[in-house]
Design a protein around this ligand. Sequence first.
Ligand code: NAP
Length: 458
Amino acid sequence: MKITTVNPATEQELHSYDSYSSDAVHEIVNSVDESFAVWGAQSIRERMACFSRAATHLRSNIDAYAGLITREMGKPIREARAEIEKCAWCCDTYAEHAASWLTDEKSLADGIEHRIVYRPLGVILAVMPWNYPFWQVFRCAVPVMSAGNTIVLKHASSVSGCALACENVFAAAGFPENSFRTVLADYQTVNDLLAGPVVQGLSLTGSTSAGMRLGEIAGKYMKKMVLELGGSDPFIVLPDADIDFCATAAVKGRFQNCGQSCIAAKRFIVHAGIVDEFADAFAHKAGELNVGNPLDEATDMGPLVNSTSLQEIQQQLADACSSGATVLTGGTRVGDRGFFFGPTVVKNVTRRMKIFTEEVFGPVAAIVPYNDLDEALDLANECEYGLGGSVWTRDLDKGRELALNIEAGAVFVNSITRSDPRMPLGGIKMSGVGRELAWFGLKEFTNIKGLNVYAHKA
Ligand code: NAP
């Protein structure tokens, strides 16, 4: 099978790859399993030294890797550089903290010694999406490998160049041979790998439908799994909030990466008393974004990833407009070459419209008014997803209380949802199972083993 990558800004073909045969993939996975004997046996301090070298390598090659990201999936070059820097930061964070995060824990029971130790499982299959082609891989691999596991990566086909470049980072940083390998493989081969005896776990980031399909196989074959899936985060603005501050944050939270982020703010739930003022400020700032060639340093927003995404956004927006929603800015394709769509702010959205009920994976912001906090919370939680969410107010006590009642894995007061290697990330409801990052991500793919020692009867 041929895999062809396309530049979404120009619609030009970038590269054509032959996907690996099933035999070749299985041979690679066996070599990753052999490497587990080496990597898993190293002390955590030896492993951490590798991650420090990976951080240095990423920073030394930031322009090459960022350029590849931008060409393959279209994000502005400034955002692509920030993505590589974030991967390096994640490596540094684990190099500093993983040893203490993975320390054995003592427990009290009725014997002489009771200890909980964390042991790696073996080869973990990482199935990753295109939207943050390096960060998603490092967000999974750094904690999982810090714990002593090895990785085989099946990346999104559209970023096959990034998939191979990620493999190169681990080789160049001097990790044991085959401890991290990429396979360019078709779905059947991936499914067979997951069902087979070598792979011990699945870490999938992607759509909820892909999570359901691969999660079913993982469940059937008793494989540990972490699924990081779709989201439709609420952004709740209270009447005391500073409109300009919130509108600036809303632009970043909705339009960075052209709106193609699982933890993007997608539903703007705004107090009825300020909704018009907020909507106007938000639309004004969105309209100022510079949309165009993502390799240009001045560009704020690049294209959507492909024509299917473009069509989906257009359909979701058409559904809202036909039911009475009002477009304040954007709403149309930009140019006729490349998959560009203008940053779009929509008001008069209701809870029955698709832009409220479905995940909108593109640059469209839906604004819904509320009258009291119960209604705001009800709107926020009336959603099949539960990934992130934010509350905007000067009253931190009120903000904290509301945030804690949002049904999501990560909630923020006066900040857009963001991932941070020191905090766990993951969802509830249809947004997935399990956690990445911090000590939770480090321990997800470990055998949490209880060591119990009793006196020998004399
Ligand atoms: P996707 O279509 O589900 O693809 C994700 C990955 O799964 C790709 O590598 C894809 O390969 C692979 N895949 C899909 N079906 C498969 C199957 N049956 N067997 C084997 N592999 C399969 O998602 P996407 O379009 O790349 O990413 C967008 C979605 O990811 C959004 O819903 C977004 O919210 C979610 N996401 C979630 C998080 C989070 O942390 N929760 C983070 C980022 C993105 P191919 O590319 O070859 O099809």
